[in-house]
Design a protein around this ligand. Structure first.
Ligand code: PLP
Length: 285
């Protein structure tokens, strides 16, 4: 059966899901997106994703075409219509399609809202056992990375460079420090067992998985420090890992071809992954 997508009020087969060539998401990347994981047919940490959506659209003065409660209902309906068990729901809202290509905001144009799903067994992904290799690239992005904008060209190039090098993620570097991964938040575990992840601010996206992992670690009296770290520090660490909605917690076993510790996922990473999966299942909607 063909996959079902959502476009501006209608559930339609994916091949019929279309928006105008004048859509500002297409012309200007004038839009915001979110990705929420699905486990056993339920949305993971979705309140956090929808809170970030509200914040992001607010930062670009874009009014959502539906309430947050209705958006969650649409996500759930789409999961149901696709019989999705494990995977993700992607949603995007743009400033809509005007009659031409004026940069300034159009008047009386309804924002575009689209959603589609994809299948992925996040819990049993093979890379959860092996860990992933990362490469480093310069961070070429704009200065409002806290907004989850669909302008992802810098990340497309970063992740293509990673793919070409046989790596699973690119860590972006600015002023000698890691900002974040192409589509993930970065963590290390120092030799004295401190979990370090860069503090939120306009330099990085405030990751929902990052936020949950930090809270879960602190609840368990694990030491967490929110500050920037360098690649040298990551290579001298006990462990390194990344977090995202589509990976949960994932070990990083090498950076630019150099092993992190013994080049295997470490016990803290494995423990945090288990804790996160437990939290995800217990709070799914
Ligand atoms: N940082 C960037 C640049 C991302 O694109 C993403 C996710 O796509 C993340 C971090 C992780 O955020 P989350 O945990 O909310 O998926």
């Amino acid at each position: 059966m063909e996959q079902i997508a959502y476009v501006n009020g209608s559930f339609v087969p994916l091949s019929e899901a279309k928006v105008s060539i004048l859509d500002r998401g297409f012309l200007f990347a004038d839009g915001i997106y979110e990705v929420a994981a699905v486990l056993d047919g339920k949305l993971i940490d979705n309140a956090s994703h929808l809170a970030r959506l509200e914040r992001s659209v607010g930062e670009i003065q874009l009014a959502l075409p539906e309430t947050i409660a209705r958006i969650q209902e649409i996500q759930q309906e789409l999961v149901k219509r696709n019989n999705l068990v494990n995977g993700m729901v992607y949603l995007e809202v743009t400033r809509g399609a005007d009659t031409g290509r004026d940069f300034a905001f159009p008047k009386d144009v309804k924002p575009t809202l689209i959603m589609f799903t994809s299948t992925k067994d996040i819990v049993n992904a093979p890379s959860a056992k092996t860990g992933i290799n990362v490469i480093t690239v310069p961070d070429l992005r704009w200065t409002r990375r806290d907004i989850k904008s669909v302008a992802l060209l810098a990340q497309v190039l970063a992740k293509q460079a990673a793919a070409a090098a046989g790596a699973g993620e690119a860590w972006m570097i600015e002023d000698g420090k890691v900002t974040e991964g192409g589509s993930s938040s970065c963590f290390i575990l120092t030799q004295d067992d401190v979990i370090v992840t860069r503090q939120n601010g306009s330099e990085i996206l405030p990751g929902c998985t990052r936020k949950a992992v930090v809270a879960l670690a602190e609840e368990r009296q694990l030491r967490v420090e929110e500050r920037a770290f360098s690649v040298e520090e990551a290579l001298a660490a006990k462990e390194a890992f990344i977090t995202s909605a589509s990976l949960f917690v994932q070990a990083v076993v090498s950076i630019d071809g150099k092993k992190v510790a013994d080049g295997k996922p470490g016990p803290m990473t494995n423990r945090l992954r288990e804790i996160y999966v437990e939290f995800a299942k217990a709070t799914a909607v």
